[in-house]
Design a protein around this ligand. Structure first.
Ligand SMILES: [Zn+2]
Length: 287
């Protein structure tokens, strides 16, 4: 965690009594694996090789939302994967993210030094059929790939494409108040609300900047509204926004916020509060 923090600017905080979403390291007897992205609640990272810092960093990167380098959509231009040597139940570790329901994004050029690229020689009998056969080779040379032992420049870019720098902030502005009326039986407040995400060079979000890499931002939308039965309901939905490179901001919503009550009963409510959540890939584990 110290190495990742030093290289990227990420800050890891110890869990407190108020922390609801956190990672939990478990000394596993079976293997090393992690979910990709935040799942919510206590999120286990299994570590078998507890003295291997590269393995631990690899699994932490999965929890931060980073896929395998060999899952890139363009990987077949650079490497050859010998699927005949990979056990059926482990083949998902070699799937491109375009081949699954999960969203991944190629950041920068294919990176042969990535901590997230497997060694081409895999000897684990749980993984491969014949340990003496190369599982991943470099297209140009036929030599086996070599996993990075620490964060590469490309790994740092991938982490920063999610967490910054540059940093992002949700900004809500009220464009125009439509009507603000009160009578003995009715209270009414309406306004046009504009929600944007803006990008900044600094953590304090004072210096605007355009982003160098496409960003994937996941939003939680807390919604209060009157339902068809006329009573007030609250729910939360999640949205994933892909922001193209070169953007300084991206529009999220522009809507008429309404709170209308008659005799203090809500009759027409539409109020939305957004928050940014970390990248969240449901229920996908990688080794
Ligand atoms: Zn992995």
């Amino acid at each position: 965690m110290d190495s990742i923090a030093a290289a990227t600017g990420l800050v890891f905080y110890p869990k407190t009594a108020n922390t609801s979403d956190y990672i939990y390291f478990y000394h596993s007897s079976s293997g090393n694996n992690s979910y990709i992205g935040m799942q919510g609640g206590r999120q286990v990272i299994n570590i078998k090789n507890v003295t291997n810092i590269s393995v631990i960093m690899h699994e932490i990167l999965h929890s931060l939302g980073i896929f395998h380098e060999h899952s890139r959509t363009d990987r077949d231009d650079y490497i050859t994967i010998n699927f005949n040597n990979i056990k059926q139940e482990k083949q998902f570790n070699f799937a491109k993210y375009s081949e699954s329901q999960y969203t991944g994004y190629n950041t920068g050029p294919f990176d042969f030094n990535s901590l997230m690229l497997y060694d081409g020689i895999i000897t684990d009998p749980n993984f491969v059929i014949n340990p003496s056969v190369y599982t991943i080779t470099v297209k140009d040379t036929g030599r086996p790939t070599v996993s990075g032992s620490t964060l590469s420049a490309g790994d740092i870019e991938a982490i920063q494409s999610i967490y910054g720098p540059p940093y992002h902030r949700l900004e809500t502005t009220v464009d125009r108040v439509v009507e603000n009326f009160e009578s003995y039986y009715e209270e009414r407040y309406q306004a046009w609300v504009n929600v944007n995400i803006r990008f900044y060079e600094d953590k304090a979000c004072t210096i605007p900047v355009s982003i160098q890499f496409p960003r994937i931002i996941r939003l939680a939308k807390h919604w209060s509204r009157t339902n068809a039965q006329g009573s007030l309901s609250n729910d939360i939905t999640y949205e994933t926004v892909v922001v193209p490179e070169g953007s300084t901001s991206i529009p999220i919503d522009y809507y008429l916020m309404k709170e209308i009550y008659q005799y203090s009963n809500p009759i027409d409510i539409d109020r939305r509060d957004y928050s940014v959540v970390n990248r969240h890939v449901p229920e996908l584990t990688q080794y």
